[in-house]
Write a protein that binds this ligand. Structure first.
Ligand code: 8YV
Length: 330
């Protein structure tokens, strides 16, 4: 951050920081409390009219924006913040922020990598097991009284020893693969770059990956480059015994193609934590017993969210102290 010459803030926050930090959208409660108490941060109103007035009054004084992977600093908002010098985002994914414009304007962006790898990977394994062994569906079956009435639950699919494809063998993808090794699974993957040292089988395209595996797990970053990587052709390649798990971003999968593929038996089932237009889940998916739907809770444990909050605030404090970030996105 460059030298601050603006008037001292009215609050007790350190000079040169208050009134220059903007909270964009809801953030983790620990982060929100610190933004308020420590930095006297302003909050971007959600109501469009109020937001417009706010930006007219304060847009030019904002130096740092704090946002989340869900609601970031998008193209229009970034344009309205001409003095913006840094963006601190809560979450590993930053596809909600216009990182292209940030790069052009020399605005560094931080995220919260590594600390959530384990919990997101655990969620992927939970969906893997639930989708194949139909844990949630069995639970519904018992609660509905059908077991007590004498009915038996249908047989499911073995989860041990399957061939599993990881789309995106990054930090989270590798943590998922590592866990599935313990289930005796053979791991194939597709990535922008081959990882020769991984010990897993590289597939040169998403379609070939889908064709080679029983279960396709999406762990690729969101954003324009990965949009629709899994479409109708890839789902056909996965086949009628195949299952899809997505813990990454809804945009990586063509959601209409997925709904169609599940409806007509092109694939057998799916386990989803993410959707194209959250929190909206396509109505058709809610009717399907072969689909597990989670409300984007991959990193949602007390421990991991506390670690993410610590890292996001460490980025903010360091940026306001010396203009550098602890975990810049690249
Ligand atoms: C967070 C996530 O829930 O880190 C990410 O990219 O998707 C989740 O861990 C989300 O970013 C919080 O806004």
């Amino acid at each position: 951050m460059t030298t601050d010459t603006s008037p001292a803030p009215a609050t007790g926050a350190p000079s040169g920081t208050a009134q220059h930090v903007l909270r964009v959208g809801p953030v983790n409660p620990t982060v929100a409390a610190a933004l308020d108490a420590e930095f006297g941060a302003l909050v971007l109103p959600e109501d469009p009219g109020e937001r417009e007035t706010f930006l007219e009054d304060h847009g030019e004084e904002i130096r740092v924006a704090v946002c989340s992977g869900r609601i970031g600093v998008d193209t229009e908002l970034m344009r309205r913040l001409p003095a913006l010098e840094g963006i601190v985002s809560f979450g590993v994914g930053y596809d909600s922020t216009d990182v292209g414009q940030a790069a052009e304007r020399g605005i560094p962006v931080s995220n919260t990598p590594e600390v959530l790898n384990d919990c997101v990977a655990d969620t992927a394994v939970a969906l893997y097991l639930d989708t194949l062994r139909r844990v949630s569906a069995s639970d519904r079956f018992v609660r509905s009284g059908r077991w007590a009435a004498g009915e038996g639950f249908p047989l499911t699919t073995r989860a041990t020893g399957r061939t599993v494809g990881i789309l995106g063998l990054g930090r989270i993808g590798a943590a998922i693969a590592h866990r599935l090794e313990a289930f005796g699974c053979a791991i194939h993957y597709h990535n922008r770059r081959e990882r020769p040292g991984s010990g897993y089988t590289y597939q040169p395209s998403v379609r070939e990956l889908a064709e080679a595996v029983d279960v396709l797990i999406v762990a690729a970053s969101g954003g324009p480059e990965s949009a629709g990587l899994v479409g109708a052709a890839e789902l056909r390649a996965l086949g009628p015994q195949g299952h899809l798990v997505n813990i990454a971003r809804g945009t990586v999968v063509d959601e209409s193609a997925l709904v169609a593929a599940l409806a007509d038996g092109t694939i057998a089932g799916a386990g989803l934590d993410v959707y194209a237009d959250e929190p909206h889940v396509p109505e058709a998916l809610l009717e399907m017993d072969q689909v597990v739907v989670l409300p984007h809770v991959g990193s949602g444990t007390h421990e991991t969210r506390a670690d993410m909050a610590r890292l996001a605030l460490a980025n903010l404090r360091q940026f306001l102290t010396d203009g550098t970030l602890v975990t810049p996105i690249s």
